[in-house]
Design a protein around this ligand. Sequence first.
Ligand SMILES: Nc1ncnc2c1ncn2[C@@H]1O[C@H](COP(=O)(O)OP(=O)(O)OP(=O)(O)O)[C@@H](O)[C@H]1O
Ligand SMILES: O=P(O)(O)OC[C@H]1O[C@H](OP(=O)(O)OP(=O)(O)O)[C@H](O)[C@@H]1O
Ligand SMILES: [Mg+2]
Length: 298
Amino acid sequence: MELIKDLPDRLLFAVPKKGRLHTSCLSLLEGADIQFHRKNRLDIALVKNLPIALVFLPAGDIAKFVGEGNVDLGITGQDMVAEADAQDKVTEILELGFGKCRLCVQVPVKNGAASVEDLVGKRIATSFEGIAGSFFSQIDTKANNGKKTELVFVSGSVEAACALGLADGIVDLVESGETMQAAGLHDIETILSSQAVLIASKKPKHPELVQTIAGRIRGVIAAQKYVYINYNVERKHLKEASTITPGRQAPTVSPLENPEWVAVSSMVLKNNVAQTMDDLEAIGARDILLFAIQNCRV
Ligand SMILES: Nc1ncnc2c1ncn2[C@@H]1O[C@H](COP(=O)(O)OP(=O)(O)OP(=O)(O)O)[C@@H](O)[C@H]1O
Ligand SMILES: O=P(O)(O)OC[C@H]1O[C@H](OP(=O)(O)OP(=O)(O)O)[C@H](O)[C@@H]1O
Ligand SMILES: [Mg+2]
C-alpha cells in the first residue's frame, strides 16, 4: 500500500517480468545504476536512487502500456511493438542489441509448402495473430482465388502445431533455428527482424527523466560495443593510423619524448578489434593496449 501511494510522483518504467528479455534487462538496469529491491511476487519496485518505479509486465503487454501512456518508458521486442500495432504510438529511443530474432513463416521440411503462396487457404498456427493476419491477408489478396488462409491461435510451443495436425505452417520466432529444426520445420519467409528496444510514450509525464534514463542506457550499450585502444606509432605513419582507428570524433594524439613517435588513443568497435590490431601492427605500431570501457557517454 505504501508503495502504491508513492507511484504518482514517479516515472513508470515497464520491464519484461520473465522470459527471454528479462535477464539482459536486469543487467542493463544495473549498468545504468538504477537501484531497486523487488519484493517476492511483487510486480512493482521503487528505485532507490531516482524517482522511478519499475513495473514488471509480460513483454507482450509493454508496447500497449507505453503506447497508451500508462507508463513513460518500456523495454520490449520490436516484434511485440509491431504485434500491438503500436509503431506509431510509441517512440523507439534505442535498439538494445539483445533479443535478436526473426519472425518467420515455417513449414514441414517433408512435403511442406514451397512458398507462402502455396499456403493460401490453409491453416497457420501462431501467437502473432496481428502480424501473421495482415501478412496472409496480403498474400490472399494477391492470389485472388477466393481462398482465405486460416489463423489458429496458440500461445506457446508453436512449432508442435504441424506435427500435431493442427496447422500446415506456422509463424513464429527463430533465433538459432534449433527449435525449428528439432520440430522438422524450415523457414520459407522472414516477415520481420527484431531485437529488444527502449520505447517511450509520445507524451511522457516525466520527459526530463526519460532523457536521463535514455542517456544512461545509451552509455551502457555504447560501452558494450566499444573498447579503448592505446598504442605508439611513428609520426610518419600517423595518417594511416588515424584511418585504422578514426575514433568517434578523431583519435587523441599525444607527443612522446622521442619526437619521431606519438601515442594514439581511440575508441574502436569491439567486434572488429582483432583486425584493427593486425592492421596497426602492419604499419609498425607498438605497445598496443586494449581496455574495456565500463561505461561512457558518447
Ligand atoms: N529465441 C529467442 N531469441 C532471441 N529473442 C527472443 C527469442 N524468443 C523470443 N525472443 C524475444 O523476446 C520477446 C519475449 O519472448 P518470451 O519468449 O520471453 O515471451 P513469451 O513467449 O511471450 O512468453 P513465455 O515464452 O515466457 O511464455 C519476444 O517478443 C522476442 O522479441
Ligand atoms: O531458434 P531458437 O534459438 O530455437 O529460438 C526460437 C524459439 O524461442 C522462442 O520460444 P521460447 O523458448 O520462448 O518458448 P515458448 O514457445 O514457450 O515461447 C520462440 O518462440 C521459438 O520457439
Ligand atoms: Mg517465448
